[in-house]
Design a protein around this ligand. Structure first.
Ligand SMILES: [Ca+2]
Length: 321
């Protein structure tokens, strides 16, 4: 008997690698995308919503609801870090795409997350590909959300490596460190896929040519928007390729055997020069003193990834569409 596809909600700030992740999800029979929720990060939230609707137009999947997320951080902060220099001012490679046909649903992202989790207790995986504000709002607004939600797969953190915003912080955690700390200490089943893992998955110039040569609708679309993303990586890292952050986290939700993980407590630094730092406590030492780490629940933190298999799955699913 075929198993039912896993229900997923993608919380996203599209975003070039978000676009890839969304398309890969739509081509993955193991999962059913039951909604997109939007958040600031690569662009402001309003544009993230527009882009999410546009990507569903491209996919011909306007049946999937889009719920708009928060425009401010969990502490009501309005000074947001927007990474439009990585993804283009439109978030999608400066292509001037037409306005989408669809509209977001009336419900906001946090309410949508709470409602879906209570409709399908234990069955939904949230794949969080941007700052964690919407997820933290869902946790705060419904005491049952943490037990109703199946798993929260977070693309975020830099575990024992430098960040990508500054030496301390990874972009999604830096976007709302207070929200991230709420999610990591909530007691929910959280799997963090950090840049220590996603930096191992690189789409090269060669792979991009393969996308361009194929007839897959997603492959052709992505080849167009990838230019800006390649340019940024070349400038910032001197690489001839781009990191597949969002598709790697998405695929970790689709097929957990692609990664290995360890378990422990994660806390997030919320101020100072290390704001956004994710620190992992492996619980090997029993500390005598009561501290901000005592009695905090464990989360899963990805340690290794089968990078060749992730890349192969991304390519196959984008080309054969
Ligand atoms: Ca993203």
């Amino acid at each position: 008997m075929a198993t039912e596809p896993k229900k997923i909600i993608i919380d996203t700030d599209p975003g070039i690698d978000d676009a890839m992740a969304i398309f890969v999800a739509l081509e993955s029979p193991e999962v059913e995308v039951i909604g997109l929720t939007t958040i600031y990060g690569n662009v402001y939230t309003t544009l993230a919503t527009r882009n999410a609707l546009h990507l569903l137009d491209i996919a011909g999947r306007t049946d999937i609801p889009v719920a708009e997320g928060s425009h401010v951080t969990i502490t009501k902060g309005t000074k947001l870090r927007i990474a439009d220099f990585v993804h283009g001012t439109d978030g999608l490679g400066n292509q001037n795409f037409p306005a989408p046909n669809g509209k977001p649903i009336e419900q906001n992202a946090a309410d949508f997350l709470v409602q879906q989790a209570s409709l399908y207790p234990g069955k939904i995986t949230v794949v969080a590909l941007g700052p964690l504000t919407n997820i933290a709002l869902a946790i705060q607004s419904d005491p049952d959300f943490v037990k109703n939600i199946g798993q929260i797969v977070v693309l975020g953190g830099a575990f024992s490596v430098n960040g990508n915003v500054n030496p301390a912080a990874e972009a999604n955690i830096f976007g709302d460190p207070d929200a991230a700390d709420i999610v990591f200490t909530s007691g929910a089943d959280v799997l963090a896929v950090g840049i220590n893992v996603t930096h191992q998955v690189v789409l090269t110039d060669f792979d991009r040519d393969e996308l361009a040569k194929s007839n897959g609708k997603y492959a052709k679309y992505l080849d167009k928007i990838l230019g800006v993303y390649f340019g940024y990586h070349h400038e910032a890292y001197s690489t001839k390729g781009v990191y597949l952050h969002d598709p790697t986290a998405l695929l970790a939700a689709v097929d957990p055997s692609l990664i290995t993980y360890t378990e422990g407590v994660v806390r997030v630094q919320t101020n100072g020069i290390t704001r956004g730092l994710t620190l992992f406590y492996n619980k090997q030492k029993r500390f005598g003193e009561v501290s901000e780490w005592s009695d905090k629940p464990s989360v899963k933190v990805a340690v290794t990834v089968d990078a060749p298999r992730v890349l192969k799955l991304v390519m196959e699913r984008l080309i054969n569409s």
